[in-house]
Write a protein that binds this ligand. Structure first.
Ligand code: HEM
Length: 191
């Protein structure tokens, strides 16, 4: 790759280049390995739980199996029988099913933990003293009629249907975040 003037594009290399750019970080190979291990742990845990939940939901709701299978088969055909990122991203019913399964089985009752670094006052007068630990009420919002219609009903194509009727369908994708959907957190890193 070096001969071709290209850089490897994987996480190990990103971490390494980042550590070289910011030499004040003083990171060595062991630190990079630990960062990778922490990231791998974070990446594996969530994806494994979500996948397991999807399989359980599919097993108890077999009416979805063929509908999703047909979408997968026809999408893969369009993409020359190759599982590309683009192909997977265009499986909208599958995406919706995964998102609904994760909403219905939300495992972060309280999420995005933060420690308040200095006294803070919201516009409505609510004061949060330095040192307070804050969480967002993830599950409560996912089952609130204000944000989700008939929240206690499992509708595997809920987000697919919402996206179909919207001018901004990308906002309903599984990985899209907003202040009422914090399964991946929200804010500048998520955007
Ligand atoms: C269904 C799968 C996943 C879920 C539900 C999930 C959920 C989350 C949540 C809730 C946070 C904390 C956000 C916050 O406190 O602001 C987070 C952070 C993070 N996740 Fe995931 N995650 C998933 C998959 C992954 C994967 C596959 C990777 C890496 C390959 C990953 C890497 C990270 C990293 C690096 C952070 C820290 C981001 C930051 O500090 O800005 N996650 N994730």
């Amino acid at each position: 790759m070096e001969k071709e003037g290209r850089q490897p594009e994987d996480l190990t290399d990103w971490f390494w280049r980042w550590s070289q750019r910011n030499s004040n970080n003083g990171l060595n190979e062991l630190d990079i390995a630990q960062l990778l291990a922490a990231n791998t742990f974070g990446a594996s845990f969530n994806t494994t739980v979500v996948l397991m939940q999807c399989l359980c939901e599919l097993a108890t709701r077999p009416e979805y199996v063929n509908l999703i299978r047909q979408e997968v088969i026809s999408t893969i055909k369009i993409h020359k029988n190759t599982w590309t990122k683009e192909a997977v991203e265009s499986m909208k019913k599958l995406d919706s099913f995964i998102k609904e399964s994760h909403r219905y089985n939300c495992f972060d009752l309280a999420g995005t933990p933060r420690v308040v670094k200095k006294d803070f006052q919201f516009k409505n007068g609510l004061r949060i003293p330095k040192g307070t630990v804050l969480f967002t009420p993830n599950a409560a919002m996912l089952f609130d009629e204000k944000y989700v219609k008939s929240p206690f009903e499992f509708n595997g194509f809920r987000f697919y249907e919402l996206a179909e009727g919207s001018e901004t369908p990308e906002l309903f994708k599984y990985t899209s975040t907003n202040p009422h959907y914090l399964q991946f957190g929200d804010g500048k890193h998520a955007w």
